[in-house]
Write a protein that binds this ligand. Structure first.
Ligand code: NAD
Length: 244
Protein backbone atom coordinates (compact mmCIF):
# COMPACT_ATOMS: atom_id res chain seq x y z
CA UNK A 1 0.00 0.00 0.00
CA UNK A 2 1.07 3.53 -0.58
CA UNK A 3 0.56 6.54 1.65
CA UNK A 4 -1.32 9.24 -0.22
CA UNK A 5 0.51 12.55 -0.33
CA UNK A 6 -2.66 14.67 -0.24
CA UNK A 7 -4.57 14.85 3.04
CA UNK A 8 -7.85 12.98 3.11
CA UNK A 9 -11.20 14.49 4.02
CA UNK A 10 -13.11 12.14 6.32
CA UNK A 11 -16.73 11.13 6.75
CA UNK A 12 -17.14 9.10 9.94
CA UNK A 13 -20.33 7.07 9.67
CA UNK A 14 -21.53 6.25 13.18
CA UNK A 15 -19.41 9.15 14.42
CA UNK A 16 -21.80 9.80 17.32
CA UNK A 17 -21.14 6.33 18.76
CA UNK A 18 -18.56 5.12 21.28
CA UNK A 19 -15.81 4.19 18.80
CA UNK A 20 -16.84 6.70 16.13
CA UNK A 21 -16.63 9.59 18.56
CA UNK A 22 -13.03 8.71 19.44
CA UNK A 23 -12.17 8.35 15.74
CA UNK A 24 -13.53 11.85 15.12
CA UNK A 25 -11.54 13.23 18.07
CA UNK A 26 -8.30 11.62 16.87
CA UNK A 27 -8.77 12.99 13.35
CA UNK A 28 -9.50 16.47 14.68
CA UNK A 29 -6.46 16.26 16.96
CA UNK A 30 -4.19 15.67 13.99
CA UNK A 31 -5.76 18.57 12.09
CA UNK A 32 -7.90 16.64 9.62
CA UNK A 33 -11.18 17.73 8.12
CA UNK A 34 -14.03 15.56 9.47
CA UNK A 35 -17.79 15.26 9.06
CA UNK A 36 -20.17 12.86 10.78
CA UNK A 37 -23.06 10.82 9.40
CA UNK A 38 -25.31 9.23 12.03
CA UNK A 39 -28.91 8.77 13.15
CA UNK A 40 -28.29 11.13 16.04
CA UNK A 41 -26.01 14.10 16.67
CA UNK A 42 -23.84 14.08 19.79
CA UNK A 43 -20.42 15.17 21.01
CA UNK A 44 -18.82 17.20 18.21
CA UNK A 45 -19.16 20.56 16.55
CA UNK A 46 -18.34 19.26 13.08
CA UNK A 47 -20.52 19.18 9.93
CA UNK A 48 -23.26 16.64 10.64
CA UNK A 49 -25.38 14.66 8.19
CA UNK A 50 -28.42 13.00 9.67
CA UNK A 51 -29.68 9.73 8.28
CA UNK A 52 -29.89 5.99 8.12
CA UNK A 53 -27.12 4.33 6.09
CA UNK A 54 -29.63 2.07 4.40
CA UNK A 55 -30.85 5.15 2.50
CA UNK A 56 -28.21 5.38 -0.18
CA UNK A 57 -29.30 8.83 -1.37
CA UNK A 58 -28.66 10.30 2.09
CA UNK A 59 -25.17 8.78 2.22
CA UNK A 60 -24.47 10.04 -1.32
CA UNK A 61 -25.65 13.48 -0.38
CA UNK A 62 -23.34 13.56 2.66
CA UNK A 63 -20.41 12.41 0.53
CA UNK A 64 -21.05 15.10 -2.07
CA UNK A 65 -21.51 17.89 0.47
CA UNK A 66 -18.61 16.90 2.72
CA UNK A 67 -16.21 16.23 -0.18
CA UNK A 68 -15.06 13.12 1.68
CA UNK A 69 -12.19 11.10 0.22
CA UNK A 70 -12.17 8.56 3.05
CA UNK A 71 -15.16 6.94 4.74
CA UNK A 72 -14.69 5.36 8.16
CA UNK A 73 -17.82 3.27 8.64
CA UNK A 74 -18.37 2.37 12.31
CA UNK A 75 -22.21 2.35 12.36
CA UNK A 76 -24.14 -0.68 13.59
CA UNK A 77 -27.02 -1.45 15.93
CA UNK A 78 -25.54 -2.68 19.21
CA UNK A 79 -24.97 -6.37 19.88
CA UNK A 80 -27.61 -8.25 21.86
CA UNK A 81 -30.85 -6.95 20.31
CA UNK A 82 -33.60 -9.41 19.48
CA UNK A 83 -34.01 -7.99 15.98
CA UNK A 84 -32.31 -9.96 13.17
CA UNK A 85 -34.10 -7.89 10.51
CA UNK A 86 -32.63 -4.65 11.87
CA UNK A 87 -29.10 -6.11 11.85
CA UNK A 88 -29.55 -7.19 8.23
CA UNK A 89 -31.09 -3.88 7.17
CA UNK A 90 -28.36 -1.73 8.70
CA UNK A 91 -25.25 -3.88 8.53
CA UNK A 92 -25.82 -5.64 5.21
CA UNK A 93 -28.16 -3.45 3.15
CA UNK A 94 -26.80 -0.29 4.79
CA UNK A 95 -23.17 -1.23 4.19
CA UNK A 96 -24.01 -2.08 0.57
CA UNK A 97 -25.60 1.36 0.27
CA UNK A 98 -22.41 2.94 1.66
CA UNK A 99 -20.31 1.01 -0.89
CA UNK A 100 -22.63 2.01 -3.75
CA UNK A 101 -22.59 5.65 -2.69
CA UNK A 102 -18.79 5.60 -2.34
CA UNK A 103 -18.33 4.21 -5.87
CA UNK A 104 -20.96 6.52 -7.37
CA UNK A 105 -19.19 9.55 -5.89
CA UNK A 106 -15.64 8.45 -6.71
CA UNK A 107 -14.59 8.12 -3.06
CA UNK A 108 -11.23 6.29 -3.05
CA UNK A 109 -11.17 4.86 0.52
CA UNK A 110 -13.49 2.91 2.81
CA UNK A 111 -12.47 1.61 6.23
CA UNK A 112 -15.04 -0.72 7.79
CA UNK A 113 -15.30 -1.70 11.45
CA UNK A 114 -16.09 -5.40 11.39
CA UNK A 115 -15.91 -7.55 14.53
CA UNK A 116 -13.87 -10.42 15.96
CA UNK A 117 -17.27 -12.10 16.34
CA UNK A 118 -17.15 -13.01 12.63
CA UNK A 119 -14.49 -15.63 13.43
CA UNK A 120 -15.44 -16.55 17.02
CA UNK A 121 -17.37 -19.82 17.37
CA UNK A 122 -17.28 -20.07 21.15
CA UNK A 123 -13.96 -21.91 21.28
CA UNK A 124 -10.55 -20.50 22.12
CA UNK A 125 -8.75 -18.78 19.27
CA UNK A 126 -5.09 -18.51 20.14
CA UNK A 127 -2.42 -16.84 17.99
CA UNK A 128 -4.76 -16.34 15.07
CA UNK A 129 -4.53 -13.37 12.76
CA UNK A 130 -6.49 -11.81 9.90
CA UNK A 131 -5.97 -14.84 7.67
CA UNK A 132 -8.53 -16.83 9.68
CA UNK A 133 -11.65 -17.06 7.47
CA UNK A 134 -15.13 -16.07 8.69
CA UNK A 135 -17.28 -18.88 10.09
CA UNK A 136 -19.68 -20.87 7.92
CA UNK A 137 -22.32 -20.18 10.55
CA UNK A 138 -22.04 -17.15 12.78
CA UNK A 139 -22.99 -17.37 16.47
CA UNK A 140 -25.93 -14.96 16.22
CA UNK A 141 -27.74 -12.63 13.79
CA UNK A 142 -25.55 -9.65 14.77
CA UNK A 143 -22.35 -11.48 13.88
CA UNK A 144 -23.93 -13.01 10.79
CA UNK A 145 -24.74 -9.51 9.52
CA UNK A 146 -21.26 -8.21 10.43
CA UNK A 147 -19.65 -11.12 8.51
CA UNK A 148 -21.80 -10.47 5.45
CA UNK A 149 -21.01 -6.74 5.62
CA UNK A 150 -17.28 -7.50 5.88
CA UNK A 151 -17.55 -9.78 2.83
CA UNK A 152 -19.29 -7.03 0.84
CA UNK A 153 -16.68 -4.45 1.85
CA UNK A 154 -13.74 -6.67 0.91
CA UNK A 155 -15.38 -7.72 -2.38
CA UNK A 156 -15.76 -4.04 -3.29
CA UNK A 157 -12.00 -3.49 -3.10
CA UNK A 158 -10.80 -2.22 -6.48
CA UNK A 159 -14.30 -1.58 -7.84
CA UNK A 160 -14.66 1.85 -9.46
CA UNK A 161 -11.42 3.09 -7.90
CA UNK A 162 -12.52 2.27 -4.33
CA UNK A 163 -9.97 0.69 -1.95
CA UNK A 164 -11.41 -1.03 1.10
CA UNK A 165 -10.26 -2.59 4.36
CA UNK A 166 -12.12 -4.24 7.26
CA UNK A 167 -10.90 -4.39 10.86
CA UNK A 168 -12.04 -6.96 13.42
CA UNK A 169 -11.80 -5.54 16.94
CA UNK A 170 -12.68 -7.73 19.90
CA UNK A 171 -14.57 -6.18 22.84
CA UNK A 172 -13.77 -2.48 23.03
CA UNK A 173 -13.43 -0.67 26.35
CA UNK A 174 -12.56 2.85 27.44
CA UNK A 175 -14.11 6.26 28.13
CA UNK A 176 -17.65 6.55 26.77
CA UNK A 177 -18.29 2.79 26.66
CA UNK A 178 -21.99 2.19 27.28
CA UNK A 179 -22.21 -1.54 26.63
CA UNK A 180 -19.48 -3.52 28.36
CA UNK A 181 -19.28 -1.74 31.73
CA UNK A 182 -23.03 -1.06 31.77
CA UNK A 183 -23.62 -4.80 31.31
CA UNK A 184 -21.26 -5.67 34.14
CA UNK A 185 -22.90 -3.08 36.36
CA UNK A 186 -26.38 -4.49 35.64
CA UNK A 187 -25.12 -7.99 36.47
CA UNK A 188 -23.77 -6.65 39.77
CA UNK A 189 -27.11 -4.88 40.46
CA UNK A 190 -28.91 -8.19 39.92
CA UNK A 191 -26.63 -9.75 42.49
CA UNK A 192 -24.91 -11.90 39.86
CA UNK A 193 -21.44 -11.20 41.17
CA UNK A 194 -20.51 -14.65 42.46
CA UNK A 195 -20.35 -16.38 39.13
CA UNK A 196 -17.32 -18.00 37.59
CA UNK A 197 -17.26 -18.73 33.89
CA UNK A 198 -15.20 -21.81 33.11
CA UNK A 199 -12.30 -22.91 35.32
CA UNK A 200 -10.81 -19.43 35.74
CA UNK A 201 -8.23 -19.91 33.01
CA UNK A 202 -10.44 -18.48 30.25
CA UNK A 203 -8.91 -15.66 28.28
CA UNK A 204 -10.71 -13.01 26.28
CA UNK A 205 -9.44 -10.20 24.11
CA UNK A 206 -10.32 -6.63 24.98
CA UNK A 207 -9.13 -3.67 22.97
CA UNK A 208 -8.71 -0.21 24.43
CA UNK A 209 -10.71 2.23 22.34
CA UNK A 210 -7.63 4.41 21.73
CA UNK A 211 -5.78 1.45 20.20
CA UNK A 212 -8.80 0.60 18.10
CA UNK A 213 -8.90 4.19 16.82
CA UNK A 214 -5.17 4.02 16.08
CA UNK A 215 -5.75 0.89 13.97
CA UNK A 216 -8.49 2.67 12.01
CA UNK A 217 -6.26 5.67 11.30
CA UNK A 218 -3.32 3.49 10.26
CA UNK A 219 -5.62 1.54 7.95
CA UNK A 220 -7.02 4.74 6.46
CA UNK A 221 -3.54 6.20 5.94
CA UNK A 222 -2.13 3.08 4.31
CA UNK A 223 -5.15 2.31 2.14
CA UNK A 224 -4.53 2.85 -1.55
CA UNK A 225 -3.79 1.09 -4.80
CA UNK A 226 -1.13 -1.57 -4.38
CA UNK A 227 1.54 -2.01 -7.06
CA UNK A 228 2.17 -5.53 -8.47
CA UNK A 229 5.68 -5.47 -6.85
CA UNK A 230 4.14 -4.64 -3.48
CA UNK A 231 1.65 -7.52 -3.85
CA UNK A 232 4.53 -9.94 -4.52
CA UNK A 233 6.44 -8.60 -1.51
CA UNK A 234 3.37 -8.99 0.72
CA UNK A 235 2.76 -12.55 -0.51
CA UNK A 236 6.37 -13.42 0.34
CA UNK A 237 6.10 -11.96 3.85
CA UNK A 238 2.83 -13.84 4.45
CA UNK A 239 4.48 -17.14 3.49
CA UNK A 240 7.26 -16.53 6.00
CA UNK A 241 4.73 -15.70 8.70
CA UNK A 242 2.61 -18.82 8.11
CA UNK A 243 2.94 -21.33 10.96
CA UNK A 244 4.50 -24.64 9.85
P1 NAD B 1 -22.26 2.46 19.29
O1 NAD B 1 -23.63 1.89 19.42
O2 NAD B 1 -21.70 3.24 20.43
O3 NAD B 1 -22.17 3.38 18.00
C1 NAD B 1 -22.78 3.05 16.79
C2 NAD B 1 -23.26 4.34 16.13
O4 NAD B 1 -23.89 3.99 14.88
C3 NAD B 1 -24.33 5.09 16.97
O5 NAD B 1 -24.00 6.45 17.08
C4 NAD B 1 -25.62 4.90 16.17
O6 NAD B 1 -26.51 6.00 16.26
C5 NAD B 1 -25.07 4.74 14.75
N1 NAD B 1 -26.00 4.00 13.90
C6 NAD B 1 -26.66 2.85 14.20
N2 NAD B 1 -27.46 2.50 13.18
C7 NAD B 1 -27.31 3.43 12.22
C8 NAD B 1 -27.89 3.62 10.94
N3 NAD B 1 -28.81 2.79 10.45
N4 NAD B 1 -27.50 4.70 10.19
C9 NAD B 1 -26.59 5.59 10.69
N5 NAD B 1 -26.01 5.45 11.90
C10 NAD B 1 -26.38 4.39 12.66
O7 NAD B 1 -21.30 1.22 18.91
P2 NAD B 1 -19.72 1.08 19.10
O8 NAD B 1 -19.47 0.28 20.32
O9 NAD B 1 -19.07 2.41 18.95
O10 NAD B 1 -19.37 0.17 17.85
C11 NAD B 1 -18.81 0.74 16.67
C12 NAD B 1 -18.54 -0.36 15.66
O11 NAD B 1 -17.60 -1.29 16.20
C13 NAD B 1 -19.78 -1.18 15.26
O12 NAD B 1 -19.71 -1.44 13.88
C14 NAD B 1 -19.62 -2.47 16.04
O13 NAD B 1 -20.21 -3.56 15.34
C15 NAD B 1 -18.11 -2.60 16.08
N6 NAD B 1 -17.60 -3.37 17.23
C16 NAD B 1 -17.84 -2.94 18.49
C17 NAD B 1 -17.32 -3.66 19.57
C18 NAD B 1 -17.53 -3.20 20.99
O14 NAD B 1 -17.09 -3.91 21.91
N7 NAD B 1 -18.17 -2.06 21.21
C19 NAD B 1 -16.56 -4.82 19.33
C20 NAD B 1 -16.32 -5.22 18.01
C21 NAD B 1 -16.83 -4.48 16.96
Amino acid sequence: PTTSAKKDVYLVIGGSGFLGRHVVEALLARGDSVSVFDLVQRHHDVPFYSGDISEEELVSDALRKSGATCIIHTASPMHGLDDPALYWKVNVDGTQAVINAAIANGVPKLVYTSSAGVVFDGHDLIDVDERIPPLEKAMDPYNESKAKAEELVLAANGKGGLCTVALRPAGIFGPGDHQFLAGLFQAWQRGQSHIQVGDNTNIFDWTYVGNCVHAHLLAADKLGPTSPEEIERLKESLKIALPS
